[in-house]
Write a protein that binds this ligand. Structure first.
Ligand code: ATP
Ligand code: MG
Length: 443
């Protein structure tokens, strides 16, 4: 990272630059002026004047290159940013004269891959660092991906967002188009890519996902992708579709268990909890059980439950059923990890009392999508306030933010692109469901 302390007004540097320019011009003009009517009679003088001219041209050339490199048109990215920050500081930040010195802010900046990371140390001169971030983003012409403020310092990360993934390409990678041959997908514990460096690692503390998005913001499309990837990795998939939508129809059609009605939902949850307890008694209860074992080292398939619209399900249930659904979900959330049982839960909003903390707190991968998300939901889902991201909130359909234990704060995401028509990939899903270890075996 590069440091930029704008403590002087740059008069020293300006004086040096001007001196070089004056010397260069003098060295060029003087010989030309004297040589105007032809060379002088003194050969030594001719030689000196000639050398002066060469030096003058050399200085002028270097001076121009230097000015160009240090300008905001510089082809060297880091120098360009340096100049932009200097200009920005003069335009937008208050400085105070302190004798000969000018008391100003301090910047530390650097480029990492496609990201420009800029730290601003306020030095008591900045009131609204979020506002400064917004202005800086406009000034640099780069979207702000991230903003964090801590004692006396703000960090801004700017970058053009990377392209979203092509969901079907990832799910179908390496699978013959006609689904011919004896191709067998292997069970894989490789994390599922979501966007940029955001992944779903169901073999980590971040195995449970809580996905919050208002209607139409892309929950179900994202679940199709995640479900497809679960099949691709050859784990067991279970789907609860409380709104009885085309998501459930898709997975039912290809032979995945789907629950819609309250009693079906309770039955499905009970079955998974039983499976979980069986796995515990089979692999972890014996005296000689390996303490460090988990489902990957035991070679077990993961059991993944996609629960779309959990609040709709709880709303449909009577009091007793609601308590039962919450109890079962709570158990899966709390104990699922070691035996490879993970939850993907979605809801349209999340207020403090909507879901028991015993469930939400276990979901360490949080995703929020959509343009219109209330402050309360945003805060409940991510632990951040919308103002924390400097008004740079850029949610939309399939666009929003993720937070995982590895993501180092809130990260902007776009969910993988899925085709408009289910018919474009239903065969692929069915193929993945049917191939490899017969579904339901390998337990
Ligand atoms: N990842 C995506 N790829 C392609 N299109 C998407 C994606 N996400 C959302 N869309 C578009 O947005 C529409 C709504 O998405 P989706 O049905 O997933 O929303 P939802 O959050 O499940 O809404 P609802 O509350 O109505 O169930 C889709 O029909 C699709 O056109
Ligand atoms: Mg939906």
């Amino acid at each position: 990272m590069h440091k930029l302390k704008l403590k002087t007004d740059g008069s020293v540097i300006a004086a040096i630059k001007q001196s070089i320019l004056v010397i260069a011009l003098l060295f060029i003009i003087l010989p030309i002026f004297i040589f105007w009517d032809g060379v002088t009679a003194i050969p030594e003088l001719n030689e000196i004047l000639y050398d002066m001219l060469i030096v003058g041209i050399f200085l002028l050339l270097n001076y121009s290159i230097l000015i160009f490199l240090l300008s905001r048109y510089s082809p060297v990215k880091i120098l360009k940013i340096r100049k932009q920050i200097i200009n920005f500081t003069r335009l937008f930040l208050k400085s105070e004269t302190d004798g000969l010195l000018i008391h100003s802010v301090k910047w530390i900046y650097g480029i990492k891959g496609r990201k420009t990371i800029i730290d601003l140390y306020f030095n008591g001169l900045v009131k609204d660092s979020a506002e400064i971030g917004r202005k800086l983003s406009e000034y640099l012409g780069l979207p702000m991906l991230k903003y964090e403020e801590s004692d006396g310092k703000a960090r801004y990360i700017f970058a053009n967002p990377p392209k979203r993934y092509d969901g079907i390409m990832l799910i179908g990678k390496g699978i013959p188009n006609e689904y011919k041959g004896d191709y067998k997908p292997d069970v894989s514990y490789e994390p599922i890519p979501i966007y940029d460096n955001i992944i779903w690692n169901y073999n980590s503390e971040a195995l449970h996902i809580l996905l919050i998005a208002p209607s139409g913001a892309g929950k179900s499309q994202f679940l199709r992708y995640l479900g497809g990837m679960v099949l691709r990795r050859q784990h067991m998939l279970h789907v609860i579709d409380a709104k009885n939508s085309d998501l459930g129809r898709l997975f039912r059609h290809i032979g995945v268990g789907v629950a819609v009605e309250t009693d079906e939902i309770i039955k499905m949850l009970t079955k998974i909890v039983n499976e979980m307890n069986e796995r515990y008694s089979k692999y972890f209860a014996a005296d000689n059980a390996d303490i460090d074992a988990n489902f990957t080292s035991l070679g077990l398939k993961g059991e993944i439950l996609i629960f779309d619209e959990v609040l709709a399900a709880l709303g449909e249930a009577d009091k007793k059923q609601k308590a039962e659904i919450e109890r079962l979900l709570g158990q899966l959330a709390l104990k699922g990890r070691a035996v490879g049982i993970s939850l993907v839960i979605t809801a349209q909003k999340l207020n403090a009392t909507d879901l028991p903390k015993s469930i939400t707190e276990q979901c360490q991968t949080r995703i929020i999508l959509g343009a219109v998300v209330s402050d309360e939901t945003f805060h409940q889902a991510t632990g951040y306030y919308k103002k924390d991201i400097a008004g740079a909130y850029k949610g939309g359909v399939g666009k929003g933010y993720a937070i995982t234990p590895k993501s180092d704060g809130l990260a902007y995401i776009e969910t993988p692109q899925m085709p408009e028509k289910t018919s474009d990939y239903i065969m692929l899903f069915k193929e993945l469901r049917d191939r490899g270890t017969p579904y339901g075996e390998g337990r």
